[in-house]
Design a protein around this ligand. Structure first.
Ligand SMILES: Cc1cc2nc3c(=O)[nH]c(=O)nc-3n(C[C@H](O)[C@H](O)[C@H](O)COP(=O)(O)OP(=O)(O)OC[C@H]3O[C@@H](n4cnc5c(N)ncnc54)[C@H](O)[C@@H]3O)c2cc1C
Length: 456
């Protein structure tokens, strides 16, 4: 029986543990903070739970358009919201631990270092433990980047891991960083009723996303009263008597009650002993892996944020599963980033799959594009949805779907049809011919596909 030792209990680690156990391996999983990892305890699950409350309030705020009068004082009680967030995260962690236990995965609570490809040393509350193993998966994740001139204090200057300790809604939240995490939190606190300033070093929010989608979000943000400061690079953040002061590199200042730093992530690869093993890391400390999650050291695999391949829970989980299939001799499908679907949980959401507009523009392939505003969709009108669109990219000729973008409420659900199309290389005709419910938002997906029907 092969013995696999997994370091890190996030999706990169726990999904791998479940697959390895199913494939007949003896599995040990070492986790220092809590099963489920940052995904479940501090990042993905808590932020999406907070956003669920914010989305509800955003919907309520448009109730009058649908003929419902609501009191103007509808507000979230942040202490209750945050308590729910933390309770739910803990419950999810417990669920995963039960699944692992039921799959006979041995869990050790402690901090691991890797002595060799065959030995992991764990510092536990009861002392040191050595684990001899046949193979190792490193899935240690990442942590928030902070700057020496913007030190979080957990009260007013916060990382995304610290916001759930807030007992009252911030009067004025300054979010520094307009990538996915910054935009999601800015959207969430705006929806919850806080004044929000979003400080972006780039000329627009969400610089890594589809330009049309980012423009919709920036437009919605400003319409809902958020201050979006483009081309504004943070130099420092400091505490004042009653809040925070953010100073920009050009000398301007912004004051608020709280500041959330969303400056990106740093891989948890220091202190693991990887350099001593000769493992190849990149300049930022991410572990270099191939498409089946092998590192440069024989017998050691890596998955998830510590590899920096694509920092998503879904990708981490897939890398972990692939690693175990490769190690244990099961059929392996190497990681294909061209088929990943992802979502920005702003309000409205942005969901994407496959080739992006930027990749289309840089590609030698002949690609057609159709873009349909949701405002023309009957269901959207009924629901008072004004913002958003469906965009599809297809190969000229056969009309094979190669990518798509959906902006709208629940875009994360709507993208699935396009995700199946990209994954199975369906044509626009096949997408258009599948019945959609009338009236439905998904009708716009079929209609956009119909507009790409190849003409002979
Ligand atoms: C605010 C936020 C929201 C996000 N939302 C989404 C989302 O909606 N959807 C999505 O797909 N992705 C989302 N992500 C990204 C997602 O959270 C990460 O991609 C995911 O956590 C990566 O999983 P992982 O297994 O690599 O690492 P993690 O989930 O970080 O788990 C790694 C674990 O390893 C443990 N560890 C580290 N070093 C050691 C050691 N030496 N010994 C023992 N244990 C160790 C850590 O304690 C940690 O628990 C979000 C990220 C952030 C910051």
């Amino acid at each position: 029986m092969t013995h696999v030792t997994i370091v890190g209990g996030g999706p990169g680690g726990y999904e791998a543990a479940l697959v390895a156990s199913r494939l007949g391996a003896e599995v040990t999983l070492i986790e220092r903070d809590g099963i489920g990892g940052s995904t479940v305890l501090t990042d993905c699950v808590p932020s999406k739970t907070l956003i669920a409350t914010s989305d509800l309030l955003t919907e309520v705020s448009s109730a009058a358009e649908l003929g419902v009068q609501v009191p103007t004082s509808v507000r979230a009680d942040l202490a209750t919201v945050d308590a729910r967030v933390l309770r739910l995260a803990q419950a999810q962690s417990t669920d995963i631990a039960h699944r692992l236990a039921a799959s006979n995965v041995v869990m050790i609570a402690g901090t691991a270092t890797i002595e060799s490809a065959g030995t992991v040393v764990v510092e536990t509350a009861d002392g040191q433990q050595r684990v001899d193993t046949d193979a190792i998966l490193v899935a240690t994740g990442a942590h928030p980047r902070v700057s020496p001139d913007a030190q979080p204090d957990g009260e007013r200057i916060l990382t995304w891991e610290q916001v759930y300790a807030l007992q009252e809604l911030p009067e004025h939240m300054i979010v520094v960083g307009s990538g996915v995490t910054g935009a999601e939190f800015a959207s969430a606190y705006n929806g919850l009723g806080a004044a929000v300033t979003l400080v972006s070093s780039r000329d627009r929010v969400l610089p890594g996303e589809d330009v049309d989608a980012a423009n919709v979000i920036e437009d919605v943000f400003t319409r809902r009263g958020m201050t979006v400061m483009g081309n504004s690079r943070m130099a420092s953040v400091e505490r004042t008597d009653d809040g925070v002061l953010v100073t920009l590199t050009d000398g301007r200042t912004v004051s608020g009650s709280h500041c959330l730093l969303a400056l990106g992530s740093i891989p948890n690869t220091e202190g693991l002993g990887l350099e001593a093993l000769g493992m190849v890391l990149d300049d930022h400390g991410f572990i270099k892996v191939d498409r089946v999650s092998r590192t440069s050291v024989r017998g050691i695999y890596a998955a998830g944020d510590c590899t920096g391949v694509l920092m998503l829970a879904s990708v981490a989980a897939q890398q972990g599963r692939i690693a175990m299939s490769h190690l244990l001799g099961d059929a392996v499908h190497p990681l294909d980033l061209g088929k990943v679907s992802s979502n920005v949980f702003t309000s409205p959401e942005i969901a994407t799959v496959g080739m992006s507009q930027k990749q289309v523009e840089e590609s030698d392939l002949q690609i057609d594009m159709a873009m349909l505003p949701l405002a023309s969709n009957a269901r959207a009108k009924m629901q008072g949805v004004h913002d958003g669109f469906v965009k599809i990219f297809s190969r000229r000729g056969m009309g094979v779907v190669v990518g798509g973008v959906v902006v709208g409420p629940k875009a994360s659900e709507l993208i699935h049809a396009l995700s199946i199309a990209v994954s199975a290389s369906l044509t626009v005709d096949q997408v258009a011919d599948a019945f959609t419910v009338y009236p439905s938002m998904s009708g716009s997906v079929a209609e956009a596909a119909r507009r790409l029907h190849p003409l002979v």
